[in-house]
Design a protein around this ligand. Structure first.
Ligand code: AMP
Ligand code: ZN
Length: 488
């Protein structure tokens, strides 16, 4: 029997006992990236949070089918069917085919996920690979009478749907409230209602990504892809649906409406949403200009960054806040996380060297129980980490002879740390700035570089910088001196 879990469900706005549909199996769908641009650290926060949820469900004994899609078509700039197609616009800008854009940024996304040590999902379907399924769903919604066609566009009829269903069920807002937040329809609008949204969009002849449909050439609306792909791989109803909180009001609301219009039920029993990564209180996004890229973060090349931070220090930084709390970025917080992560790694290295001449089995079992309990209560990583740090103090005390453990305790302690730190939190050892030998060697090279600069021998100082970079070591000069980060 898998461990009992409690999960905050956005639908009920409470923490509920988790009851999967099929005893020891979990179906989980997470909205993936729109691959028209580099993903930023905010996106990474959401995907890392679900990675930890996936890992912990597995630890609890569930067999998890984790589906995370790739949005590679059909996403317009505005969530309400306004603006240009994100892929077409980017393709024009970079003078590439839209599918070259998709390839390039999917590759980048995968590289970043690997750097952050996020496990690949069980299935990673793409919107363009499921056009037929999206057309079929659209046909069904039309046949059931919940949508209408206007000159090759198919719109979902929210007013009609709302007669029998609560459209704002996920965001807990009534129709009047939701209408307040949208603009009036103008004379040339072909939608019947302000909240209606596109299931299928007629393509102009010059639009590069378009497909044949019963309504002519076009492409799917953004929301229908997730209804189609989740249903295909997880069934009409599954356990967990996730994404960032910004998806609640439109994307996930529309997804529930589409599913209900087809099959009479919403797709998921538990809706989980991660809170936003902010910079000085402002949500990180590409449009706000504060969306620095993972690469910039690792190398310290963005103006907001005092230095570079390694992927595992950043992952550790993210773990220190609960997924439903906002996480505010600051250099101080990242530097504190860097130290915390180094302390944790150092303590873990000590375990093998500890003397065994006592007994602490009850303490170690209690520590595991506390860590598990924190994670079972809506995946509370900051509390679980606080408990692990009690364990770090314990390891240091054993090392100093103030506490005693047995041979079996040592094995149990090591397993506890490996289970939580490596398997559940997905951290891994890094040959980074915290490695003392490497750090000493780099400092020697930096001194030589400083000497070269002092002699105004810039060719030599630049060559040393470039050689370090080629070896995966990025240096950053500032008023306080030169710092380095290992990125390779
Ligand atoms: P997108 O590629 O824009 O479709 O976003 C991919 C995922 O990242 C979605 O689940 C978004 O909700 C999430 N996301 C976007 N911005 C942030 C942010 N600042 N913090 C956390 N998650 C975000
Ligand atoms: Zn989605």
């Amino acid at each position: 029997m898998p461990k009992p879990l409690r999960i905050y469900n956005t639908l009920s706005r409470t923490i509920e006992d988790f009851k999967p549909l099929h005893e020891d199996k979990v179906g989980m769908y997470v909205c993936g990236p729109t691959v028209y641009n580099y993903l930023h650290l905010g996106n990474c926060r959401t995907f890392s949070s679900f990675d930890i949820i996936f890992r912990f469900l597995t630890y609890c004994g569930y067999k998890v089918r984790y589906v995370r899609n790739i949005t590679d078509a059909g996403h317009l700039e505005g969530d309400r069917d306004e603006g240009d197609d994100k892929f077409a616009k980017r393709a024009k800008l970079e003078q590439l085919e839209p599918m070259e854009i998709v390839q390039k940024y999917t590759q980048y996304f995968h590289d970043v996920m690997r750097e952050f040590n996020c496990l690949p999902p069980s299935i990673e379907p793409t919107a363009t690979g499921h056009i037929i399924e999206q057309i079929e769903l659209t046909k069904q919604i039309l046949a059931n009478g919940w949508a209408y066609e206007v000159e090759g566009n198919i719109y979902f009829d929210v007013a009609k749907y709302s007669q029998d269903n609560n459209y704002g069920v996920l965001s807990n807002r009534n129709l009047a409230d939701l209408l307040d937040g949208t603009r009036e329809l103008g004379g040339q609008d072909e939608k019947h209602g302000r909240l209606d949204f596109a299931l299928w969009i007629k393509a102009k002849p010059e639009h590069l990504m378009q497909w044949q449909s019963p309504w002519g050439m076009g492409f799917p609306g953004w929301h229908i892809e997730c209804s189609a792909m989740s249903q295909k791989y997880l069934g009409q109803q599954f356990d967990i649906h996730g994404g960032g909180m910004d998806l609640i009001a439109t994307h996930h609301t529309n997804e529930i409406a589409q599913n209900c219009a087809c099959s009479g039920t919403g797709p998921a029993r538990y809706w989980m949403h991660t809170n936003m990564l902010t910079v000085n209180g402002v949500r990180m996004s590409k449009s706000a200009g504060n969306g620095f890229l993972p690469d910039e973060l690792f190398k310290g090349t963005h103006p907001l960054l005092e230095k570079g931070y390694s992927p595992m220090s950043v992952r550790f930084f993210m773990l220190q806040s609960h997924y439903r709390s906002t996480l505010d970025f600051s250099n101080e917080a990242l530097q504190a996380a860097e130290k915390g992560y180094a302390r944790l790694m150092s303590a873990m290295k000590l375990i093998d060297t500890l003397k065994t001449d006592g007994d602490a089995s009850a303490y170690i079992q209690e520590l595991r129980n506390k860590c598990e309990f924190a994670m079972c209560e809506d995946f509370n990583t900051p509390i679980a980490i606080a408990h692990l740090f009690e364990g770090v103090t314990f390891i240091n005390n054993v090392n100093d002879g103030r506490e005693k453990i047995s041979v079996a305790d040592k094995t149990a302690l090591k397993k506890l740390f490996y289970d939580f730190v490596f398997d559940i939190f997905g951290l891994k050892e890094e040959l980074g700035s915290n490695n003392e030998t490497l750090s000493d060697v780099v400092k020697i090279i930096l001194e030589q570089r400083a000497d070269a600069k002092a002699r105004k021998d810039f060719a030599s100082s630049d060559a040393l910088r470039d050689k370090l970079l080629a070896a995966g070591i990025v240096i950053k000069d500032s008023k306080e001196g030169t710092t380095f980060t290992v990125v390779g």
